[in-house]
Design a binder for this molecule. Sequence first.
Ligand SMILES: NC(=O)c1ccc[n+]([C@@H]2O[C@H](COP(=O)([O-])OP(=O)(O)OC[C@H]3O[C@@H](n4cnc5c(N)ncnc54)[C@H](O)[C@@H]3O)[C@@H](O)[C@H]2O)c1
Ligand SMILES: CC(C)[C@H](C(=O)O)[C@@H](O)C(=O)O
Ligand SMILES: [Mg+2]
Length: 371
Amino acid sequence: MILNIAVLPGDGIGPEVTRQAVKILKAVGETYNHTFNFHEEIIGAVAIDKFGNPLPDKTIELCLKSDAVLFGAIGDPKYDNDPTAKVRPEQGLLKLRKSLGLYANIRPIKAYPTLLEKSPLKKDRIEGVDFIIFRELTGGIYFGEKILSDDGSYASDLCEYSEIEIERIAHLAFKTARKRKKKVTLVDKANVLETSRLWRKITTHIAKSYPDIQLDFLFIDNAAMQLILNPGQFDVILTENMFGDIISDEGSVIGGSIGLLASASIGDENALFEPIHGSYPQAKNKDIANPIASILSAAMLLEHFKLYEEAKAVTKAIERSLELNIVTPDLNVESKYGTKKVGNFIADYIANSDDINYNQENIDFGQSTII
Ligand SMILES: NC(=O)c1ccc[n+]([C@@H]2O[C@H](COP(=O)([O-])OP(=O)(O)OC[C@H]3O[C@@H](n4cnc5c(N)ncnc54)[C@H](O)[C@@H]3O)[C@@H](O)[C@H]2O)c1
Ligand SMILES: CC(C)[C@H](C(=O)O)[C@@H](O)C(=O)O
Ligand SMILES: [Mg+2]
């Protein structure tokens, strides 16, 4: 298969982790005989620094003509610490999602058997946990009208949703539940918000077309608690933009690190693959950021193009790295492995699989042929 992939490393740790994901895709391409072409562009704070624009036209154009986008992270403390900044890195990402029509952000969360001890949550609560959050990505309070009064004493963010915006992602969530444990949980705040009541009404109606799927409702405040108390109850969570943002970071505690959580942002015509974490500026250029979220996002890209065997090879290599404790410091404070070494191990494992009897003593990470 030939794929043209737009690579947007972004800010902070974005370039470091994205480089590992590209390395893994190159290993997959070489091993399984695919041609993956990579074209890089800038987005976020680096793009503001260069062009005064967090999403230059060239970047959107590249994404629109590519088969898929691999995105790293954006964000920089100089903007986070300046609430009056008129141009912000995050605007670049939001505009990109909107321009590409990426309305569904799919965030799988699972407890890896080898990492059960790493989570601060009790082992018996998280064992076997495996669910997916379907987060609406191009509507809601993120995209409603924003007002700041001239004297700076009043601000407003409008939360809006229309029927079509809810329907299209709800169908995706129900179809996915059909292939899984056949349960959808709509997370909302329908006791207070009109938009949430619209979500309930439309989702209830759509559920009639999926009689084999159980539809449950949970208020967001209760859902935040249930995720910690009993995450095993979830299969597919369907929710609006901001609630999905918040509960997915919360859910990452189950896996043991946000550095493990990948996502696919899907629209009718475009697809972008991105870790759920941000630019983690404290770790920039320190070779400590976990690249697995980014690498798993690349695996989701492969699945999107129905390259299932290839995606499986990537997840198997990741699982092997976790089993062998070849992990970054977020998963093992005493780890001697950094971002690059974890990436190298996963790339080498894809290329060589079980031919090499890996153990921590005999690994020579310097030998990775794929950089
Ligand atoms: N999709 C995105 O690009 C995205 C997502 C979230 C935040 N942001 C931006 O990132 C910047 C920093 O935000 P933040 O600190 O709230 O969130 P963050 O996700 O960057 O970091 C929060 C914490 O998560 C951990 N973490 C994150 N990524 C990790 C990784 N790969 N490996 C190991 N640990 C990791 C670290 O402990 C870190 O302190 C802000 O500018 C924010 O706007 C961007
Ligand atoms: C950076 C920010 C705009 C973004 C979001 O809120 O969608 C991030 O938190 C995410 O989860 O991708
Ligand atoms: Mg977020």
